[in-house]
Design a binder for this molecule. Structure first.
Ligand SMILES: [Zn+2]
Length: 167
């Protein structure tokens, strides 16, 4: 069965599974769906692993700053234009925007997710590349310890969250 067709067929089950994981890893989804899922850097590897096991691919990563007094003090965080309040402290998340790069999977992989049949192994390999990017970017000269990744899940466009931080 085609990737998106399978997701649509099992929508309630998969959405529940995804949202249980988002809650478990204290992720902060910015909108009402499954893109821009801000996740603490140190929890993102495990979340990606579990998302892979659930059979869901990740197609992009953007960077956000976790603006907190602690990060300002310890890492000299220069960001902070305001944004959604985080759930862990009295800080908030701020989009760092075009100063930082974003990551997207290859166009051929994207198109295959849109229209093709995708094996479990292919999903694991796509998501592994996403994690490799996140890990490698932490060695980039522009990386700052206050940065945290946001994951974009490849799910049907019409999907809205059904329980976790529902808006
Ligand atoms: Zn910052």
């Amino acid at each position: 069965m085609k990737y998106l067709e399978n997701l649509r067929k099992n929508d309630k089950e998969l959405q529940n599974k995804i949202e249980t994981l988002l809650e478990k890893y204290q992720s902060y989804p910015v909108g009402s769906g499954y893109i821009d899922i801000i996740t603490k850097y140190e929890l993102s590897e495990k979340l990606i692993e579990e998302i892979s096991n659930a059979g869901i691919a990740i197609n992009a990563v953007t960077w956000w700053c976790h603006c907190s007094d602690e990060n300002k003090k310890n890492h000299g965080c220069p960001h902070g234009m305001g944004g959604p309040k985080c759930t862990c402290c009295d800080g908030y998340y701020s989009e760092v925007g075009l100063d930082y790069e974003t990551f997207e999977i290859a166009e051929s992989e994207y198109n295959n997710l849109q229209t093709g049949v995708v094996t479990k192994d292919e999903i694991h390999s796509i998501n592994q590349a996403v994690w490799n990017y996140i890990r490698e970017y932490s060695y980039h000269e522009r990386f700052s310890e206050c940065l945290t990744p946001a994951l974009w899940l490849h799910v049907p466009d019409e999907w809205k969250r059904i329980k976790y931080m529902k808006r």
